[in-house]
Design a protein around this ligand. Structure first.
Ligand SMILES: Cc1cc2nc3c(=O)[nH]c(=O)nc-3n(C[C@H](O)[C@H](O)[C@H](O)COP(=O)(O)OP(=O)(O)OC[C@H]3O[C@@H](n4cnc5c(N)ncnc54)[C@H](O)[C@@H]3O)c2cc1C
Length: 819
């Protein structure tokens, strides 16, 4: 074994080998893979080999599509067959919500170019003659299906071997029976790995250790939120009916998924493989995989499988004539949201994760592709936030991950409503006023571990969501919250905001080098600033307030705490000129907004709040009620007159009560996250993470006024200059959708010109309650971006006419804000 390599990949499952292959393909050939046993010895050898293209995530959808395309090319490239059976994939629907889910997915599929068909029951029968369509009595009726002609199943071990061949042909080395047992940093900042076969030093390390992710993480001092769950499938003997069908010339049947009964069924040697996602499957190895496990499997648990076997027999009656040959029950890596961890580890330079894969055969190609891109180029080629390991924070305790992973596993096949909020391991992280909000009828959701009030059920209304792809039980109440704020005064608890304090003589110039806008130079000024990728895409959004000379208060999305903190820490100058403190947990935040907000606040502070003394986009340190050191910022994300109060956390209860007491005469009321979504859309305020992502530059996002090309160097500047010279390929638009019944846009819908050509995609949508319009935000080709222009959007399978509006259709001149 070499003693030095540019990259060492730990783990020889399909994911590790794919990472190695893609690194070598990008020209980094000084790369080594270490595997403790033999290749595929982890979960890869016993996987069922299905390659489902279906995924509700825009990012994961792109990774899966890349994989499927790659796997079709690999045999020609490497000379190794991978047994890719392109059988197609049929997902049945037996209720309207399931069809809505498929239609919603079709929007994403359309925007990333995945071929699909939505078909009716008779076409299901044509494709799958052995299926029982159901009578609605004994077996629920199939009302339609989603069909992917391009996917199917593959032999996971053959796939791994093809990737191995491709990697080796380019100079990569693979060492089996080589376990990494210890790790340390060298004085020069490289990784020194100790193995049972000797030591090796590497510039970069990639962990791709599947079920071992937690113990590998511990070697590097990381708490990796991936714990496996038991997953089983049944292998059946030959089916006489299937055999007769195939011998009669029938083609291999598509992989069948009866989502409403939570199982998949595929052909295997004239018999079947039936794989359910059962309730009650336990998490395993939370403290690490024991040495004895090796290539073993767990005992099959027939009891847990029975309801799914029965359901499958109702749908495919001939299944009852087959004997069970085997039950495969193996560990499958999971994360709390079910998506993998692909990207940089936090707090450790040149350490990368490709862990937590529950659809790892499907995702291996795409994850290796983008991770190699990230390592070699310094950033990925597509928006990877949905799989970035830093989307999790320190809140992922062992029990949290166990509970969430078990919940995610049993929910694999549930209908993924856009407003779905899962119940397990909650409440965990709460704002100090959580109980007060609950008392006011709050219906909570969870983001980055935080409980956030989504809406408030008025007295007598059930404080419970009814999830839907359409307008639901809370529509009216969210509308009341939004309208009340616009007309009177409302309060929003935004305590989860990420908050950093940046101080020191070098603070201003350092921050300025990170963002496209000019960091405020005058004390009390606030600027909206975007950190860009080197390609010019939007990486982060910061609201930066200059508190004093050499003292900045930096606020960003609550979900970006580790993502932003890690970035700022990594870029921090080493000369001591700047100090960075993450003060997320020591400050709370309430928004008080609406035409009466000034009068409410004025009762609690001596700080003058008039426009001359306290103009829009400025901040002051004030006393409010009994609270001191409150950062009063005249900004907000709803676009009405208002202030954000960022206060020392110990004043949360006092300020909440004081604001409600002071606001009583103006009928102050709480507003939740859904009202905020409605309000911000009316102002065309772009949301980091959905409207603002690395896929788009500030010019594409229409944020030109927040870019100062003349100010000196900042990350992404050259790319922006190039884009200006070459032409900006997309433009951000706000649009109104006409003749909406009960389904507003939600984001990820394709946008069409009036001739039916795709011209862009929606990134967000909702109902603008104060404007009384169904609204969407998105990106289109520049020639379609002019206000007044017509376009079409596909919402749940129906084409709707839409009109491009001026930016900020509510109060375009900001009169309310500046009142
Ligand atoms: C029953 C079952 C059916 C499945 N079916 C499908 C399917 O149909 N489609 C699909 O997409 N996915 C499926 N999966 C999931 C799929 O198997 C995994 O997502 C995938 O195999 C993960 O690959 P990996 O490379 O990340 O991990 P693994 O294959 O587990 O590989 C990790 C490797 O790291 C090695 N390792 C660990 N620690 C060290 C160390 N310190 N030093 C050196 N080496 C180390 C291990 O020995 C192991 O070989 C299934 C899983 C199960 C359990």
């Amino acid at each position: 074994m070499k003693t030095h390599a540019r990259v060492v990949v730990i783990g020889g499952g399909v994911v590790g080998v794919s990472t190695l292959y893609h690194l070598a393909k990008k020209g980094w050939t000084d790369v080594v893979l270490l595997e403790r046993a033999e290749l595929t010895a982890g979960s890869t050898w016993h996987a069922a080999g299905l390659l489902p293209l279906f995924n509700m995530s825009y990012t994961v959808g792109q990774l899966h599509k890349y994989s499927v395309d790659l796997y079709k090319r690999l045999p020609d490239e490497t000379g190794q067959d991978v047994s890719f059976h392109v059988t197609g994939n049929l997902r049945l629907a037996t209720c309207r919500d399931r069809m809505d889910e498929y239609q919603k997915y079709c929007g994403t599929a359309n925007t990333i170019g995945v071929p699909f068909q939505v078909i009716g029951p008779s076409q299901v029968r044509e494709l799958w003659p052995l299926v029982e369509l159901g009578d609605g009595a004994g077996t629920s009726k199939i009302i339609g299906a989603l069909y992917h002609p391009d996917d199917g199943h593959i032999a996971p071990a053959d796939l791994t071997m093809a990737l191995r061949k491709g990697a080796r042909a380019r100079g990569a080395e693979i060492h089996e029976q080589t376990e990494v047992t210890a790790v340390r940093r060298t004085a020069s900042g490289e990784w020194h790995l100790t193995t049972n076969q000797g030591d090796i030093v590497a510039e970069h390390v990639v962990c791709a250790t599947g079920n071992y992710a937690r113990q590998t993480g511990r070697l590097f001092g990381l708490n990796v939120p991936s714990i496996p769950v038991e997953h089983q499938y049944i292998v059946y003997d030959e089916s006489p009916e299937l055999k007769a069908y195939r011998q009669g010339g029938g083609r291999e049947l598509a992989v069948l998924r009866e989502s409403d009964q939570s199982y998949y069924l595929r052909e295997e040697r004239m018999g079947w493989i039936l794989g359910p996602y059962e309730a009650g499957a336990p998490a395993r190895f939370a403290d690490g995989v024991p040495d004895w496990f090796g290539k073993s499997l767990f005992e099959g648990d027939l009891e847990r499988l029975l309801p799914h076997i029965e359901a499958a027999q109702r749908r495919v009656p001939s299944l009852a004539n087959c004997g069970i040959k085997d039950i495969v029950n193996g560990p499958i890596a999971y994360t709390p949201d079910g998506s993998p961890l692909i990207g940089p580890a936090w707090g450790a330079r040149n350490l990368w994760l490709n862990e937590g894969h529950s659809f790892g055969i499907t995702a291996a190609g795409g994850s290796g592709w983008q991770l190699a891109e990230w390592i070699v180029e310094g950033e990925p080629g597509i928006d990877m936030m949905a799989v970035d390991p830093r989307r999790y924070g320190p809140y992922t305790s062992k029990r949290y991950v166990v509970q969430k992973n078990e919940e995610t596993y049993r929910n694999v096949f549930v209908i993924h409503y856009p407003d779905e909020e899962r119940a397990d391991a909650r409440p965990a992280k709460t704002s100090p006023v959580y109980d007060k909000l609950k008392h006011l009828g709050a219906v909570f959701g969870q983001r980055y571990g935080w409980e956030r009030a989504n809406w408030f059920a008025p007295p007598g209304v059930d404080a419970k969501d009814r999830w839907s792809f359409r307008r639901s039980n809370y529509f009216e109440h969210v509308g009341n919250e939004a309208r009340h704020l616009r007309r009177h005064v409302g309060m929003i608890d935004l305590t989860p905001f990420t908050k950093h304090e940046v101080t020191g003589a070098g603070a201003e110039s350092w921050l300025d080098s990170l963002v496209a806008n000019k960091v405020p130079t005058k004390i009390g000024r606030i600027a909206l600033c975007h950190a860009l990728t080197r390609r010019g895409g939007i990486r982060s959004e910061f609201t930066i307030t200059k508190v004093a000379d050499g003292h900045f208060y930096v606020v960003s999305s609550g979900a970006a705490e580790r993502y932003d903190s890690d970035y700022l820490l990594e870029k921090l100058p080493q000369d001591g000129s700047v100090t960075l403190r993450n003060i997320t947990m020591s400050r709370g935040c309430f928004v008080v907004a609406g035409p009466r907000s000034r009068e409410v606040l004025a009762k609690l502070t001596d700080t003058p709040l008039d426009n001359a003394a306290f103009p829009w986009l400025t901040g002051q340190v004030a006393e409010v009620g009994l609270a001191t050191d409150v950062y009063l910022l005249r900004v907000n994300f709803v676009g009405s007159l208002g202030w954000e109060l960022h206060f020392p956390i110990e004043y949360a209860h006092h300020l909440f009560d004081a604001l409600f007491a002071a606001g009583a005469e103006f009928d102050i009321r709480m507003a939740g996250m859904r009202a905020m979504e409605s309000l911000r859309l009316e102002k065309s305020y772009r949301m980091w993470g959905s409207d603002l992502t690395p896929d788009y530059t500030p010019y594409e996002a229409g944020l030109d006024r927040f870019v100062r090309l003349g100010k000196g160097a900042f990350i992404g500047k050259e790319a922006l200059e190039r884009q200006l010279a070459d032409g900006v390929p997309h433009r951000f638009i706000t649009f109104e959708v006409h003749d909406v019944g009960d389904a507003d846009p939600l984001g990820n819908e394709p946008l069409f010109d009036l001739k039916g050509n795709i011209i862009g995609r929606a990134t967000a949508g909702y109902y603008g309650h104060a404007l009384d319009k169904s609204l969407g935000l998105g990106y289109v080709k520049p020639e379609f971006a002019a206000a007044g222009g017509g376009l079409e959007i596909e919402i749940l399978g129906e084409r709707k006419r839409a009109t491009v509006l001026i930016d900020s259709p509510y109060d375009p001149e900001n009169k309310d804000l500046k009142a």
